[in-house]
Structures are given as C-alpha cells and as structure tokens.
Design a protein around this ligand. Structure first.
Ligand code: M6R
Length: 618
C-alpha cells in the first residue's frame, strides 16, 4: 500500500510540487489515510503533511504554499504502524532535519532499531516504523558524506518490505530510492526524472520507464539515473515504454472513477483481445515465453490471486478445464503460500493481478517458482513486480484502474484467461481450430454486449436507490455464475458496507437458506437456457426455494429467458452469450448496483473505508 513519487529537475520552479501533487492524486488509490510532500531547494527542505485524504493536504498547501524547488518527494499513506495522524503522515525527517524520507512497506525490525536509536539519544516524533529509516539514513549520511552510499548502508540494516525515497537538505538536485519487495519504477524525462510506486505516478509526464529489481538503490538527478545493488555494484535496468493513455486516469466527465471504469469495460475487453489471433484464426500469445513443450506437458494449473482477481480465476477454471481437459485449482494466494501445496515442474501457475504488486500474490509466486513451477502472470500494470518476477506475463489491456473496487480489470482478466485457455487448447490439441475460431468470434462480440448492459443501467440504478437501507443482500449462482455471485457480494461489501454473501446456489440447502426471511433481497445469476438445461432448471428451482421463504428475488437473466419471469420480482436482462463467456455480461449489473447503492448512501465510491487498491503488505 502507500503511493510514492519522487521528482528531480534542472530549474528551481513550482514543477516539483505540481508533479508531486498530480502524482499523489493518481496514486491515492494506494492509500488515503494521509498525504505529504517535501520539496528541496538551495535553502533546504520544506514540507507539508496532513492526515486524511489528499483534499486535506491541498487545503494545507493553499494556506502555506511550498516554495519553488528542484526536487520533491511525496507520499499517500495506508496506515500500518501508527494511526492516521498528522504526526504519522510522511515525509519523516531526521532529528537534525538533514534528510527526509517517504516509505512504502513494513520495516519488520523497526522496534530493535528504534530501541537502538533511542539509546543513542534520538527523540522520535511519530509511532511509525518509517521514522527509524530517516534517523539511520541521516547518521549514515553524516558518516559517509554521500546520499546513495548512505541509502545502501541504511537499506542493508532494514528487514521487511520497503521502498524508501529520500532527499537531503544540502543536495536539491538528487533523489535516492531503495527497494526491497515493495514496488518502485523510474520515469525518464528530458532534463528531469521521476520515481513512482507505479507508472501511474508519472505517465502524464513520460512514457519511458525503467524497471527496478529486488534489493536495488536508484539515484536520480535531472540528467542521469544510476542503479546499484545494496552492495554498490552497478546494474543495468530494463527500459520499457508505457502504453497506457494518460487520459485514461482522469474521470472524463463521470462522477466517479468507478463509474468511468464500468463504462470503460467494453474497451478493456476489446483491447485485451487485440492482436491475439493471426489472420488465419490461429491463437498467438507472443508474450507467453514459456517453452511450448512444457505447456504441452503441464498436468495441472494452479491459479493464485486475491479478491476480485481470484474470482476471475474461478471463471477461468470452468473455461480452461472444459476446453483443455487440464485440472485447474484456484487458490487465494495467501492460503497457497502457507499451506504445503503440491507443486511440481509440471504445474503451471497462473497468477492474476491488476496491480502486479499484491504482496500475497508475489510471495505465492516466489514459493511456486522455488518448487520448480513455471508462472504465467495475467497482469495489468507494466513493469510491476509480478510481471517482472513471473516466467511470462500475459498483459490485460484495461488501462489504469483508479477506483479501489476493481471492475474493468476483472473483465480484462477473465478475457485474458480465456485467451490462455484457448491457446493451451490449440497447443495441446484438445480443441479443433474451428471451435477456437467460433469462441474467438463470440469473444469479439462481447464488448458490444457489455455496452448494451451498461446502456440499460438506469433500471439497476433505480433499484439501488430504493434499496439503500438494505442491511443484507445475498447472491446466488451456479457454475460460472457462482464466481459472478461472489464478485457481486464483494462489490457490495467493499463499496456500500452492507453485509453481502455470494453462494453456490446448490449450497443453499446446506445451511445458507436459514438466512432467508421475509423481504431478504437475493440476487440470482441465471445461466443461459440455451446452455445446459439442467443448470438452468436447477437455478430456477433455487429461485423458487428462496421465494417460497419470503425472499425478494432480483434476477440477472439472459434476454429471451421467459421462464424466469414468473419467479422474479425484478429482472435485469443481459444479452445472449455462450455459457462460459456469460460472466463478462452477468457481472455488470451487479457492479452498477453496488456503485449506485454506495453513491445513494453518500459514500465515497472510489475510496471506500479501510481499503487500498494495491495491498502491498502481507
Ligand atoms: O491488484 P490485484 O488484482 O492483485 O488486487 C487483488 C485484490 O486486492 C483486489 O481485486 C481487491 O479485491 C479489489 N478491491 C476488489 O474490488
């Protein structure tokens, strides 16, 4: 969690402050408990920091503006050690004021270091783990006289996950960063350079970037970037071009980012499909740099992910097993990591992540690779840790997703895993070429179908407003409708703070049906009647079962499915689509519902309480 930005330029101007402010606005999804900026000029360091959302920092800056400068570092916080107060907000300065730092991650040995520093006479100003780094860095700087050397010496003393950025009072043309496990990327400008938690921090200023690896220290000046390991050995980082459109990270006339990102979904799916098929209808996944012989010999796929990304994995399981006849397990990354999973060189691990920085998923990837498995990442953020640490990255092209609640990334993840499944089906010969072509052609129709659902959003929004005082909502689904139900429940929990649960409809009679009482709202995701009859009929029976016990049934059904009419209090029609592809349309009404209900309750849709977009701590 936490978003950080570093900037250095040639001139002394307001640009460092502006770059930092804009970057923090784009990084706010990483945490919004407090924010702060420190700028460096010939006079030294000046900073402002405030608890609360960025608006609190903006108000403080309006009252006491920061001076023109040549460098700046900034931070938006998701609190771990120490509450969300002004004192605990970053930057943290050393006792002598010689250096300022911002930090993302958790310093696991902070207490021992704090005790040592207190013993040496340091007076702490905050309850954070970060502050030890400021004092250690200042001491090392005093001793070594060189900020990058001091950063390396400090980094060697720290345990845990960290990205640290620092500026020094006596060198306003230098920003130094260190990274272990937490993310950091470099943006390359002309006469200016940037450091950011992810490329969203500086994509408005440059599309050229450098990846940084584990245990590296980076020094940026206006004209140069130098990277070393913690021992001081020079490293040549990989350069890449960011293909995100910077304008995608603004609301573009919508009230919230989430609204906008829901409307971006047809494009996210279309862009993820682009270029994956040859003119002759053959699947091509150029990025899949895993040996084809190995992909043919894989005997199990394990999908690891968290939250919404894990639900995309559940959808993938149904499709990949059906198309490729390979067993697919889906596991929450944190459970996978600390179990003792059976993973061999014949296991293909598919890690799904929007941010590419989810720590639970990173740790699970490392664990899987240590066991000899190959890891393919389905990831949205270029240059992210997950993309870098996996054997291959299959990028989703959803563009920047800013709202904490994932929407377009989810649809793009599902799309990418379909592509992976079709590719494996082609490679392993479990599918006929014409079958693959038929599915691809259906996939190409999905953006229009999603658009159609979005165009009908008013009915869903009206229902959401009527239901704003609901205290519990249940979601039922079978087969691919089951992960859709779980995703619908997750959206409602995280956005509207309403108790919500998603169940496999068949599980109802094994306990959850006891929750049904007069008026209990139950969303039911109905499979296509054109798919397996048995699936459709079973879900209709489930609707009747809850209805008989007083439930208010709100049904997502395929256009033309007249059989549902008599059992549903309200129906949200979605266009016809093949059963396995239907989650791409079925989930959209549930996203719109949660978003509209949260807005009707007056809640902050883009930044729900207690959450951050990238969960970069375990
Ligand atoms: O960046 P990732 O896709 O790895 O994030 C995984 C989850 O933290 C994320 O999907 C989370 O569940 C969202 N808030 C859901 O809307």
């Amino acid at each position: 969690m936490c978003g950080i930005i570093g900037y250095v330029g040639q001139a002394t101007s307001s640009r460092p402050l502006e770059v930092a402010r804009q970057a923090l606005a784009r990084l706010q999804y990483r945490g919004y408990d407090s924010a702060g900026i420190v700028v460096a000029n010939q006079e030294g360091l000046s900073f402002v920091k405030r608890a609360g959302k960025l608006s609190a920092l903006e108000e403080a800056l309006a009252e006491s503006p920061l001076p023109a400068a040549s460098a700046a570092i900034g931070h938006t916080r998701w609190a771990t050690h120490g509450g969300p107060t002004d004192q605990n907000a970053h930057p943290h300065l050393s006792q002598d004021g010689s250096v300022a730092v911002v930090h993302n991650g958790i310093l696991e040995n902070h207490q021992a270091l704090r005790d040592e520093l207190v013993e040496a006479g340091v007076e702490f100003q905050s309850q954070t783990d970060t502050e030890v780094a400021a004092h250690l860095l200042a001491r090392a700087y005093q001793e070594l006289g060189d900020l990058p050397d001091a950063m390396r010496a400090t980094a060697r003393r720290l345990e845990g996950a960290f990205t640290l950025l620092a500026v020094a009072q006596d060198n306003p043309h230098l920003v130094v960063g260190a990274r272990r496990t937490s993310p950091l990327v470099v943006g390359l400008g002309e006469g200016e350079n940037f450091l950011g938690s992810d490329v969203a921090a500086f994509v408005a200023c440059t599309d050229q970037a450098l990846e940084l690896g584990q245990d590296q220290v980076v020094t940026i000046t206006p004209d140069a970037v130098a990277v070393t390991d913690f021992g001081g050995n020079a490293i040549e980082p990989r350069r890449f071009t960011i293909d995100w459109d910077a304008s995608a990270a603004v609301k573009g006339g919508f009230e919230t980012f989430m609204d906008k990102e829901i409307h971006d979904q047809p494009d996210a799916v279309r862009d993820t499909l682009l270029g994956r098929m040859t003119p002759s209808g053959q699947m091509q996944l150029d990025e899949l740099r895993v040996d084809e012989a190995l992909l043919r010999s894989v005997d199990k796929i394990v999908v690891i992910a968290c939250g919404t990304a894990a639900y995309a994995g559940h959808v993938a399981k149904y499709a990949i097993e059906h198309w490729c006849r390979i067993p697919v397990e889906v596991e929450l990354a944190h459970e996978f990591r600390y179990r003792d999973p059976v993973v061999t060189a014949k296991t293909l691990v598919v890690a799904i992540s929007q941010s590419g920085e989810t720590m639970d998923t990173i740790m699970a990837i490392r664990h899987a690779r240590e066991q000899g498995a190959k890891v393919v990442a389905v990831v949205n953020t270029m240059g992210s840790t997950i993309a870098r640490e996996s054997d291959a990255a299959l990028y989703t092209h959803a563009g920047p997703e800013v709202a904490v609640a994932s929407t377009k990334a989810f649809l793009a993840q599902i799309t990418a895993t379909y592509l992976l499944g079709l590719y494996l089906g082609q490679l392993r010969g479990t599918m006929f070429p014409d079958e693959i072509r038929a599915i691809l052609s259906e996939l190409e129709k999905m953006p229009d179908r999603i658009r159609q659902v979005i165009e009908g959003e008013d009915v869903i929004r009206q229902l959401a407003v009527q239901m704003k005082d609901a205290t519990s909502v249940l979601f039922l689904g079978r087969h691919v409708g089951y992960p859709v139900a779980m995703e619908g429940a997750l959206k409602l929990k995280e956005l509207a703070y309403i108790h919500a649960e998603g169940f496999a409809a068949g599980e109802l009679k094994h306990g959850p049906i006891a929750l049904i009482d007069e008026g209990q709202p139950v969303f039911v995701v109905v499979p296509s009647p054109r798919g397996r009859d048995i699936l459709h009929d079973k879900v209709l029976s489930n609707i009747q079962e809850v209805r008989a016990r007083g439930a208010r049934t709100l049904v997502v059904a395929e256009e033309g499915d007249n059989a549902v009419r008599e059992f549903a209090e309200q129906i949200f029609w979605v266009p016809q689509a093949p059963t396995l592809l239907a989650p791409l349309v079925a989930v959209v009404p549930l996203q719109i519902f949660a978003c509209a209900l949260a807005s009707a309750k007056g809640l902050d849709v883009d930044q729900p309480r207690n959450l951050a977009k990238s969960v970069t701590v375990e």
